[in-house]
Design a binder for this molecule. Structure first.
Ligand SMILES: [Zn+2]
Length: 431
């Protein structure tokens, strides 16, 4: 088994002192190499030598996604000759941002994902099957590949989709773990059942689940996880990461939130007005990257609403844990007096066997209020099912959005727009 880093088992003071030392080095690096932060420090008359503690950090301005999009090149701290790899963000909210990674950044990425495998209890010599894309300027596939190698594990890069090729690979190579979008596991089960593959006795015992939550805020399995595990008894591990952070928060075997790696990133949590949230409440995650050379970020607002947990974990790590992403800040819906985030709607629909697929549209009505339309694809789009869905919404979320039936094929077309690397479930048309 790969050992837990000493720092991640240290007391809070030791971790804080470590991060403050790294923070001072980081600010000096920005001052020397980042055109964006040089201008920012000058404009705000910031003397970085006065920023010594994590508390001092809170005096500095935030960096937003818009800053990254509009001044992308100003964030680059290295020239083309030092770039080892280029990636872009997924661009689900606006223009994709380009990042150049240096050799050291690739090492950092490898270390980061080796910690994810370590959290999952993986060991050197085991094999991981990657269903993530290695190309198309994606960071994730590369990160999981490098991390596995760093951890001494073997990798088979199958890429996304094609259940047949996934099962063929599992049969030939016997990997212990698969990295995938969790809903894809259902597709694999479906294929296995249709083709007489004994999936329950396959070599795959663990899945690293990316892109979709598998837990409720209290860490119980959500509808998607229950559906998977009802069919196939494999251990599901949630992970939360982004290209901008270059850092993942992955659960350990105790499944109580993604572990923070303090050697890689400083975390803060703020409310709607950008003030620190009271201890233990959910807020927007703000990150400061440590050890990044290519495009380091200071107080970057991720837009993700998450709940931090501070009690030490049974695995021995003392670092904070992040609960599942409750929603994205800009996707907050105020609907008839209730505040909602789309993942709660997804979860409800995922829980209904009769719902084959769906998309959710949010728009402003004629009075400027938020309006939700759920387009549902079902084999039997009956009045009875409509009432059942409506009842479920009222019971679980206390709202009753507009629900319309659309053909399953049409929804598939809407969900996979041309040139999109991911399927899209939410369309936000609000001004
Ligand atoms: Zn743990």
């Amino acid at each position: 088994m790969i050992p837990i880093p000493t720092l991640e088992q240290a007391d809070r003071k030791t971790i804080q002192r470590f991060q403050e030392e790294k923070l001072r080095q980081f600010l000096a690096y920005l001052q020397a190499h980042s055109a964006f932060y040089q201008k920012l420090f000058t404009a705000h008359r910031i003397d970085i030598s006065t920023v010594k503690t994590l508390e001092d950090l809170a005096r500095l301005p935030f960096t937003t996604k818009e800053d990254l999009q509009h001044k992308n090149m100003e964030f680059r701290c290295v020239d083309a000759a030092q770039a080892a790899d280029y990636v872009t963000t997924s661009g689900t909210s606006g223009d994709p941002v380009l990042l150049a990674l240096t050799d050291k950044d690739l090492d950092r990425l490898a270390y980061n994902e080796s910690l994810s495998y370590q959290c999952m209890g993986m060991a050197a010599g085991e094999t991981v099957q990657l269903t993530t894309t290695m190309d198309r300027r994606f960071m994730a596939g590369l990160a999981y590949f490098l991390g596995a190698r760093k951890a001494g594990m073997g990798v088979v890069r199958v890429g996304s989709g094609v259940p047949e090729l996934q099962w063929d690979t599992i049969a030939r190579i016997n990997p212990q773990v698969i990295v995938c979008v969790p809903s894809f596991l259902l597709k694999m089960v479906e294929f296995a059942e249709a083709n007489g593959i004994d999936y329950r006795r396959s070599s795959v015992k663990k899945a690293l689940c990316i892109g979709e939550p598998i837990r409720n805020p209290d860490f119980s399995p959500n509808a998607l996880a229950s559906r998977i595990q009802g069919k196939w008894d494999i251990a599901l591990f949630s992970t939360y990461a982004s290209t901008e952070m270059g850092t993942a928060f992955t659960e350990c075997v105790h499944g109580v939130g993604g572990h923070h790696h303090p050697e890689l990133i400083i975390t803060e949590f703020v409310d709607e007005d950008d003030n620190p949230i009271p201890y233990g409440e959910a807020g927007e995650l703000v990150v400061t990257t440590l050890g990044v050379e290519g495009m380091p970020l200071l107080r970057f607002k991720t837009g993700d609403i998450v709940q931090p947990h501070y009690e030490p974990c049974a695995c021995g790590r003392t670092t904070l844990r992040l609960g599942p992403v409750i929603g994205r800040k800009n996707q907050m819906v105020k609907y008839k007096g209730t505040t909602l985030y789309p993942p709660a709607l997804f979860d409800l629909l995922n829980d209904m066997e009769e719902v084959e697929n769906y998309v959710i549209e949010i728009a402003n009505d004629e009075f400027g209020e938020d309006e939700i339309t759920v387009k549902v694809g079902a084999k039997d789009g009956s009045e009875e099912l409509l009432l059942k869905i409506k009842d479920r919404f009222r019971a679980k979320l206390r709202v009753s959005p507009r629900i319309i039936f659309v053909s399953i094929q049409e929804i598939n077309c809407i969900r996979f727009p041309e040139n999109s690397r991911k399927s899209v479930t939410l369309f936000d048309h609000r001004k």
